[in-house]
Design a binder for this molecule. Structure first.
Ligand code: M6R
Length: 614
């Protein structure tokens, strides 16, 4: 989604904005621009469709000296991705400029009113409406820009994060947010305002996460924050614990590959301080106080989107199996609009890597109205989800930059497995020896993935070459591997642009089998568990119809090896934990297929890292 970066300070504004926008580009975008002040006391906007490199190239020979500046990477919502619709946008008068994330839902009504007052518009964006509304109110009320902004936002329906530039106040930046994140980095008298910390951490680790409706006002190196009622607040400065290397590709060609290979470490970090093998204990500090409510829960409702939703499905199987609590898993986007039944002893579990997904946040708000207890599983400390839930588990996977989620997914699976085990142990629905066995198996997972990663890449690269021109893929799995089939298919769609569907293997007979012929690759996740014989039967059915079987099997499997040559073996582990392992070859298959098809792996077309609008 769109990214914002604004700077106030003495360093080279051009360098800071351009390098920062590069850092934000992982979020997904289709145009980029900056707005600065000139010596002649006007606002100058430079903005172009395409990559940040395009903007950088166009600015190569231009000298910019401005005490403040705003930058933006745009992911098109209103109006196509072209130079005119790119941000920042100037007001009709040319006095103000804005960089804006989010959507002004009532922009059409506001636009009509502004047109009736003589305003004209260059772009198709809701953002240009917003800056002209602020401009209009400031002129009409003859008030300070801060006040005009506050008044204007009372007329706005939607979510936003924005930063304003004012030609009459060349040392000033004004920023605010509602439902879309904004963070301020502080380095002495220098300030960085951004939609996430990635362009900030190269400069400082001291940050303030702005809250909804707060207005940040920076002028001549001083920061003031006021709340919705215009009352000044003492800012809460946090120290970030993120290192620069975490957002660097290192020796890997892509963030996605780096993140796949980081999984042994990210899973280790996820269990660190929670799984104590010496004391044979599992502690989940974040939810400790809510364990009594969880034990008494009538039902657990998991809400999430995309990959996080698939993690939720895996988690639901394990939670139901060992805790004997009914669990339902819902797409947050459906849940929020369908008047769901939420009872007082239901527990909501929201899962999100970014913690900023608009649908998931809206579903949480809905559940809050029903007074449900809301827990979260989230990767980003300080995110909106982390702040809005009652308690939760941080996955500690580290920053995930590749648009296709990989290490965050396995950390979500690990967090859900720990939650299920902790709850089952508390409820005594699991025998002590079984619990202890699981703890040991959890502990071994990072090492098993490490060994797997050392060996499988060559075989998967060959598979990618063999199937790179296939137009469709089917992924099949049963039980814990049904969600993994869907996640594997999603990865291939996202980055290799090949149509792929994941199904529960037994459903094949109810329709998809009609698609099987010699041109159809079918990825079967067929590790040794209680459904093994069933999925072997499915593989036979595919073979009988000449489908191209790619099988993920448990090491030393001899039976499936006789049915297909395209085999990837993975280390054995209990069925409930196996998804953390079987997803790894599927992530690599998507990655190497995308590479073989010359696709942009880290920034796939049309996708955004966190979907902060509906
Ligand atoms: O940040 P979230 O986990 O809430 O994001 C949810 C989905 O947008 C996300 O998982 C998406 O499906 C990814 N691109 C998957 O790779």
């Amino acid at each position: 989604m769109c990214g914002i970066l604004a700077y106030s300070g003495k360093k080279s504004i051009k360098k800071i904005l351009l390098s920062g926008l590069e850092k934000l580009s992982y979020r997904g975008y289709d145009s980029a621009g900056i707005g600065v002040l000139t010596q002649e006391k006007t606002i100058k906007i430079y903005k172009y469709a395409g990559h940040v490199q395009n903007l950088t190239k166009n600015l190569e020979k231009i000298t910019i000296e401005s005490p403040v500046g705003i930058g933006h990477t745009r992911w098109a919502t209103h109006g196509e991705a072209n130079d005119i619709n790119a941000h920042p946008h100037l007001s009709h008068s040319g006095h103000l400029a804005i960089a804006h994330n989010g959507i002004v839902e009532n922009y059409n009504t506001l636009k009509k009113k502004l047109i009736s007052k003589g305003y004209t518009f260059q772009s198709n964006t809701d953002t240009e409406v917003l800056i002209n509304l602020i401009d209009y109110i400031q002129n009409y009320q003859q008030c300070a820009l801060k006040e005009a902004l506050r008044f204007a936002l009372k007329h706005v329906v939607g979510a936003y994060a924005l930063v304003l530039l004012d030609k009459n106040n060349p040392h000033q930046l004004i920023a605010t947010k509602k439902g879309s994140p904004l963070v301020i980095g502080i380095q002495g008298k220098e300030y960085f305002i951004a939609s996430d910390v990635t362009p900030i951490i190269a400069h400082t680790n001291e940050v303030i996460f702005l809250k909804d409706d707060e207005i940040a006002y920076i002028n001549h190196g001083k920061l003031q924050i006021t709340n919705a009622k215009a009352v000044e607040k003492t800012p809460f400065i946090e120290k970030l614990d993120i290192h620069l290397e975490a957002i660097d590709k290192g020796h890997f060609p892509h963030f996605m590959l780096k993140e796949i290979f980081e999984q042994p470490q990210s899973l280790q970090n996820c269990i660190l301080g929670r799984l104590n093998m010496l004391q044979k204990k599992l502690t989940l500090g974040g939810i400790q106080d809510h364990l009594p409510s969880l034990k008494e829960a009538n039902r657990i409702i998991i809400i999430a989107c995309g990959t996080s939703y698939y993690a939720g499905l895996v988690g639901a199987y394990f939670l139901e199996d060992i805790c004997r609590i009914p669990v339902v898993v819902e797409y947050a986007s459906e849940f929020r609009y369908r008047n769901p039944i939420i009872k007082s002893n239901d527990v909501i579990l929201a899962i999100s890597q970014s913690g900023e997904t608009a649908d998931t946040l809206a579903a949480i708000q809905l559940a809050k109205k029903h007074h449900a207890i809301i827990l979260g599983i989230c990767n980003v400390v300080g995110s909106s989800l982390a702040r809005t839930t009652h308690a939760g588990i941080f996955t500690h996977a580290g920053p995930e930059i590749g648009v296709a989620s990989t290490k965050a997914f396995t950390a979500q699976l690990m967090s859900l497995a720990m939650l299920a085990l902790k709850l089952a142990h508390e409820k005594k629905t699991i025998a002590e020896n079984v619990f202890q066995h699981y703890l040991l198996e959890l502990y071994k997972i990072p090492t098993k993935i490490d060994l797997l990663l050392q060996n499988i890449s060559p075989a998967i690269q060959l598979l990618a070459q063999k199937f790179k021109n296939s137009r469709h893929f089917i992924y099949l799995g049963r039980g814990y591997h049904f969600p993994i089939a869907m996640e594997g298919a999603l990865k291939l769609k996202e980055i290799a642009y090949i149509h792929a569907e994941g199904y529960p293997a037994a459903e094949m007979k109810h329709g998809p089998i009609a698609l099987i012929d010699q041109d159809m690759p079918v990825v079967c996740i067929a590790t040794k568990d209680h459904c093994y014989d069933k999925i072997v039967a499915n593989i036979e059915e595919i073979k009988a119809r000449k489908g191209q079987i790619i099988a993920i099997v448990t090491e030393k499997d001899t039976h499936i090896t006789s049915l297909t040559k395209d085999i990837i073996s993975v280390p054995d582990t209990p069925a409930a934990l196996m998804p953390m392992i079987t997803i790894v070859p599927l992530q690599l298959l998507a990655y190497y297929t995308a590479i073989a098809r010359n696709c942009n792996v880290d920034q796939p077309r049309n996708l955004a890292k966190s979907v902060t609008v509906e």
